[in-house]
Design a protein around this ligand. Structure first.
Ligand code: GPV
Length: 776
């Protein structure tokens, strides 16, 4: 780094470490690319608007099997490794589960030697940083690049022009598109190191640059410096910020431009790499699979067809067939507000050629399937429907948990399932055990290795071998110590970073995830109020001390959940300062939840809150991380909870609440919320306290809207599930009072989490969707 070691700051050491680790990965990185190229291996191209990789350096050290020697080297230098990595920014290039899933899958693909590129956008500003002011969420920009991005390589020579706007003319035979502007997509590559370091893939993120001619030199010379840069500014805006919305409605022109920008640059790159070694584009499906992470990159079909037809002279039908063979689409939600649709007028304005191709694809579906396709419309009510577009341009469509896939088939795309039975399949999500056990929970990871030997890192089913030890009191005690260690680690961090005290002897009850009405953080905080009231009413009873931890961000425009954030903080302020209950109930809500915070919270948790309204959480992946780290789950029959419960056994899972079918039926009953509240004295007491301003004395009516909504509408069935949730929480207390029993349940959870490894999920994609064998 050009610095005397004696004068080096932590930042210098971190940059040096980044370069050293990248260098250690380079031979493998080049070899993997060379093998793929020279042996003509088929490779996967994973297109995603979001990636949440977490801090890179310690993960790289672990996967290169260098963590211990790196740490020892720093010891020799008198530098603390933990301090070096603690300064690393956490790239927040995503909102939540979808982005984190993409990162787990890239890591598993590298570990399994599945040749792959991740493709995304290099947002200059990631997801906003969250602060609280008077309990309210305040958003600040995320400046993750201020000390550079030392683990990545910028590749200015790898750049593509991405066209926008203009006109199409349809002269017989060929179609000519004369775009209005072209922006340049420039590549930044991050190595994705497989466990063991034997295979290294690439995460390629595009940043937007103006083409050289975008600066208006005439205007500039005339002194209009700002006006001269207008087009240039628009160009840079494209990769400036990540949209901070998550499974909610997006209606912005900039977002569609971003989606096209990602898709076009990536598909051009896929074709470019293919044509480096091959001539015949009809063989593209033998060499490339493209996976669309939800519909955000669903322009990949039309874009691939456009490039094949307009630039490479392939006929339309051949091009469309090739696209279907290459593409796959993963659906991550059923929420109607998250199913992307773009106004036809906007599409015509920005992407006239793509609109034309989509219209032809629509005609083709009807030509091929006749009246069986009467219900299929890629364009309807002046909107282009990206979900149906993604389905008809893919050979495989998958949901992300068994329940979710079933609902995708039955409720979301029944007409398309009927046209091509078998196209829709399930691949239940997974998580990487390298980050979510080896890195996040070294004490438990060491105990596992001591007990069953190494190898579980890449063969998570081996955790089953822990099960006989669940009867051994010595093992259970050692297991309990790892939980304690994680709690102490969390306590130190909470104290140092946030000045928050954590009572480590209490039951740690954690709900961390994006704020969403369907995820029902509201149910959790209402129950917490109820517990507080009952402790106060019966202070002599034997209450299990609990710490309720919340973490998560709300989309800046999602006011309904911003109220819930404020309520949690308001309730916390009152409860935490109540001397009567302080020792038995506490609320902690550290701001700015991200991957790094998850790595600290999840290993320390005793109880994992997975309490979404049944039928609404596509899968969940936090649920898997908690169980792998020995937390027990309290949850509904939703998403992957269903499969987690099947694996760990009903007796090791705290189930409550309406089922997905019951949810639909209940919503049909007029006045269901009122009826549920009137039947539940505890819930009435809670709502009354909130409505009276117990938690907002300076503004008693602050939550009257929220309470009113619960009585009169309650789409998410908080009231209907309240009593069941309460009973289940009482069972939690009962189980926790018997530490050996609790430990045994927790160990059983860990032991049976093997199938939730992202290695299992990725193998499934490789076999059933991508048709890519491992390269090693
Ligand atoms: I669509 N998900 C997300 O994080 N962002 C999105 O824009 C969409 C879906 C989530 C789902 O809500 C989770 O249930 C799921 O576990 C996750 O995607 C990964 O599949």
């Amino acid at each position: 780094m050009g610095v005397e070691p004696s004068r080096a700051q932590l930042l210098d050491w971190r940059l040096a470490l980044a370069h050293t680790l990248r260098e250690q990965a380079t031979d493998s990185w080049l070899d993997s690319a060379r093998r793929t190229r020279e042996d003509g291996l088929k490779s996967v191209n994973y297109l995603s608007m979001e990636f949440l990789p977490g801090r890179l350096l310690e993960d790289a050290a672990i996967n290169l099997r260098l963590r211990d020697s790196v740490s020892a080297s720093f010891d020799d230098l008198g530098v603390n490794f933990a301090d070096v990595v603690a300064g690393e920014p956490d790239p927040a290039l995503g909102n939540g589960g979808l982005g984190r899933l993409a990162a787990c899958y890239l890591e598993s693909m590298a570990t399994l030697a599945c040749p792959a590129h991740g493709y995304g956008l290099r947002y200059e500003r990631g997801l906003f940083r969250q602060h609280f002011e008077d309990g309210r969420q305040v958003e600040r920009p995320d400046e993750w690049l201020t000390s550079g991005d030392p683990f990545s390589l910028s590749r200015p020579a790898t750049a593509y022009a991405v066209p926008f706007g203009g006109e199409v003319s349809d002269d017989d035979g060929g179609t000519a598109w004369r775009p209005e502007t072209r922006l340049v997509a420039a590549a930044h590559d991050t190595p994705v190191i497989g466990y063991g370091g034997g295979w290294v893939n690439t995460l390629r993120l595009w940043s937007a640059l103006p083409a050289a001619d975008l600066l208006d030199l005439d205007r500039f010379s005339a002194g209009d410096f700002f006006g001269a840069a207008e087009t240039e500014t628009w160009a840079r805006t494209l990769s400036r910020v990540l949209y901070p919305t998550d499974t909610t409605d997006l209606g912005r022109r900039l977002r569609l431009s971003q989606e096209h920008f990602l898709t076009s640059a990536s598909v051009q790159d896929v074709l470019h790499r293919f044509l480096e070694t091959q001539q015949d584009l009809r063989r593209l499906p033998e060499h490339a699979a493209i996976q669309m992470n939800d519909t955000h990159p669903a322009l990949a079909g039309p874009e691939l067809i456009r490039l094949l037809v307009d630039e490479h002279g392939v006929g339309f039908d051949t091009a469309a067939d090739l696209a279907v063979q290459v593409l796959g689409y993963t659906n991550h939600t059923l929420l109607p507000e998250a199913l992307e649709m773009w106004p036809v007028d906007l599409m015509r304005h920005l992407l006239p050629r793509h609109l034309q191709i989509i219209e032809r694809l629509d005609q083709r579906v009807h030509a091929v399937h006749g009246s069986a396709a009467d219900d299929v419309h890629l364009i309807e009510h002046g909107q282009v429907k990206m979900g149906e577009l993604a389905v008809v341009t893919s050979h495989r469509v998958n949901g992300v948990s068994a329940l979710h896939t079933d609902l995708v088939r039955r409720n979301l795309f029944p007409h398309l399932e009927a046209l091509t039975p078998g196209r829709i399949l399930n691949v239940t999500n997974g998580i990487t055990p390298r980050r979510w056990l080896a890195l996040a929970n070294p004490a438990l990871a060491d105990l596992v290795t001591e007990t069953i030997g190494p190898g579980w890192e890449t063969d998570l089913d081996r955790l089953r071998e822990l099960e006989p030890h669940a009867e051994d009191p010595n093992f259970l005690e050692a297991f309990g110590r790892t939980k304690h260690l994680a709690k102490h680690r969390l306590a130190t961090w909470l104290d140092e970073e946030h000045g928050i005290e954590l009572p480590v002897e209490a039951l740690l009850d954690v709900q961390v995830k994006r704020l969403h009405e369907y995820k029902r953080q509201l149910l959790n905080i209402l129950w917490t109020v109820s517990r507080w009231q009952r402790i106060k009413a019966d202070p002599g009873a034997d209450w299990v001390p609990r710490v309720k931890i919340f973490g998560g961000k709300a989309a800046p425009s999602y006011t309904a959940v911003k109220d819930i954030i404020r309520l949690i903080n308001d309730v916390g302020a009152v409860i935490n300062s109540d001397p009567e209950t302080r020792e038995r109930l506490r609320i902690i809500y550290p701001p700015n939840y991200n991957v790094t915070m998850a790595e600290k919270l999840i290993p320390a948790a005793d109880l994992s809150e997975q309490i979404s309204t049944a039928g609404m959480e596509a899968s969940g992946t936090g649920n898997m991380k908690f169980a792998l780290n020995g937390a027990l789950t309290i949850g509904t029959l939703d998403g992957a909870n269903v499969e987690i419960r099947e694996e760990v056994g009903a007796e090791n899972f705290f189930l409550f609440g309406l089922t997905a079918d019951e949810v639909l039926a209940r919503r049909e009953q007029p006045g269901h919320a009122r009826a549920a509240i009137e039947q539940s004295q505890p819930l009435q007491d809670v709502l009354q306290a909130i409505a009276e301003g117990t938690f907002s004395p300076e503004e008693p009516a602050r939550y009257s809207g929220l309470v009113d909504h619960l009585w009169n509408s309650d789409w998410f069935l908080v009231a209907s599930d309240f009593d069941a949730y309460n009973s289940s929480q009482e069972l939690v207390d009962m189980s926790y009072r018997d530490p050996l029993r609790w430990q045994r349940m927790a160990v059983t959870n860990v032991a049976r989490m093997g199938s939730f490894s992202s290695d299992r999920a990725v193998r499934h994609y490789m076999r059933e969707i991508w048709n890519v064998p491992p390269a090693q």
